[in-house]
Design a protein around this ligand. Structure first.
Ligand code: CTP
Length: 399
């Protein structure tokens, strides 16, 4: 069992997201108990909450059939951590003032375990001096505040006050209870193809789906690493709160975005299939068909991996991929040396099930002064896990 989470729910529209948060905790193996205020029950039903947590929802301080006589005390003792999501201005104010007039606020006062608040309210209510003063005083007393985000609010206005996403709340609490190996580490990953425009409607691209890069981002994020994912056009999406997605189209845009992020990264993985050439001139109109041959003059793009490896600082670990069709190991070893990378992941297109647009991959890993490491045919998720494990092992050995 991962631990005991006590979730408080107060009466804000963001309560409609709380069932998703409960699901994330339950799915990860936590035991979850819940307390809702009377107002919260205007937004979520006990049936939803009790079905998701497989536990009774507590609402009434003087319930006729209580599991124990002093449930507010026993729940506070049972919890490893408590989170109130959403936390309204009213609940935050009561907590800071020490008011205990219902099951939730009474439990909060009885609690001597770590407490997280995920405020959600209208922007004016959030920035009100009294809410801000309450939050500052609670933080000064060790309460963890999971900042609301900016965006479209239920009151039809834009502003700061949206409850943090359930994934973000889950991750902060899960990281707090189970610190991860990658916490404090930053990574930048390139993924997917690049599209190099020929004219206003056409481009040169390739078959990369981005899957390998997205899997690497996911595995690193799950280890607690803060990931910047620079992706060329891809239908894939990622919703891990540790991953920030930067969408680009061309090799030049990918270079610019990655170069801006690399100086502060501890790990860089260039998994993108970057175009080596781009049209030297982009026609500003659609090129018309004719009977003549058409020649397109191509110029080289900048090698992102090579350029950034040349600027690599002490302690940074940069990984490249090599997609080869012949003399695989020799070519990959040459890429490792000529690009001065710390690791090259070799993809051989000779191997069935490896490379572009397949759910599986078969790679070998090359590092300076090390024997080549051959991995079996695995799903791209498993391949990503093995690559990340090898990166961490190599970094730990170097230290
Ligand atoms: N790469 C890059 N920028 C480029 C081209 C490639 O960052 N403009 C990176 C890829 O992301 C990969 C590595 O360099 O990590 C090797 O890519 P690959 O296409 O295998 O090799 P190239 O260097 O392009 O050489 P070639 O195509 O001749 O094999």
């Amino acid at each position: 069992m991962q631990g005991h989470i006590l979730v408080g729910i107060t009466g804000g529209i963001a309560a409609y997201k709380t069932p998703s948060l409960l699901r994330l905790f339950v799915k990860a193996g936590y035991e979850v108990r819940t307390i809702a205020t009377e107002h919260a029950l205007q937004f979520v039903t006990p049936l939803t909450i009790e079905t998701l947590t497989n536990n009774k929802l507590h609402t009434d301080l003087f319930a006729a059939v209580a599991e124990r006589h002093t449930e507010h005390i026993s729940l506070a003792q049972w919890a490893d951590v408590m989170v109130v999501a959403p936390a309204t201005a009213n609940c935050i104010g009561k907590l800071n003032a020490g008011i205990a007039d219902d099951m939730l606020t009474t439990t909060l006062l009885a609690l001597n375990k770590p407490l997280f608040l995920a405020p959600a309210m209208n922007e004016n209510m959030y920035t009100h001096f009294s809410t801000q003063k309450n939050l500052q005083q609670l933080q000064a007393n060790g309460v963890h505040v999971i900042e609301p985000t900016e965006g479209f609010l239920a009151c039809q206005s834009e502003g700061k006050g949206r409850m943090a996403e359930p994934e973000t709340i889950f991750q902060q609490i899960d990281n707090f209870l189970h610190p991860k190996e990658g916490m404090g580490i930053k990574a930048v990953i390139t993924a997917g193809p690049t599209y190099e425009p020929i004219d206003s409607v056409r481009f040169i691209g390739n078959h990369s789906s981005g899957k390998m890069g997205y899997c690497l981002a996911e595995v690193l994020a799950r280890k607690g690493v803060e990931v910047e994912l620079v992706s060329g056009p891809s239908h894939l999406s990622c919703n891990h709160p540790n991953i920030r997605l930067h969408k680009v189209e061309t090799a030049a845009e990918m270079f610019e975005a990655t170069a801006a992020l690399a100086p502060t990264a501890d790990i860089a993985i260039m998994a993108a299939a970057v175009a080596d050439y781009r049209p030297a001139h982009i026609a500003d109109h659609k090129i018309k068909k004719s009977e003549q041959h058409l020649q397109i003059d191509l110029e080289p793009t900048q090698d992102i991996l090579k350029t950034l490896c040349a600027q690599k600082k002490e302690g940074q670990f940069f990984v490249g991929f090599a997609l080869e069709t012949d003399h695989e190991e020799e070519n990959a070893r040459h890429k490792l040396e000529s690009k001065k990378a710390d690791m090259i992941v070799l993809n051989s297109l000779q191997d069935a099930g490896a490379g572009f647009n397949t759910p599986t991959n078969k790679v070998s890993i090359l590092r300076p002064n090390s024997e080549i490491l051959h991995l079996p045919l695995l799903s791209k998720e498993e391949t990503a896990e093995r690559i990340v494990d090898t990166i961490f092992e190599t970094i730990n050995k170097k230290r």
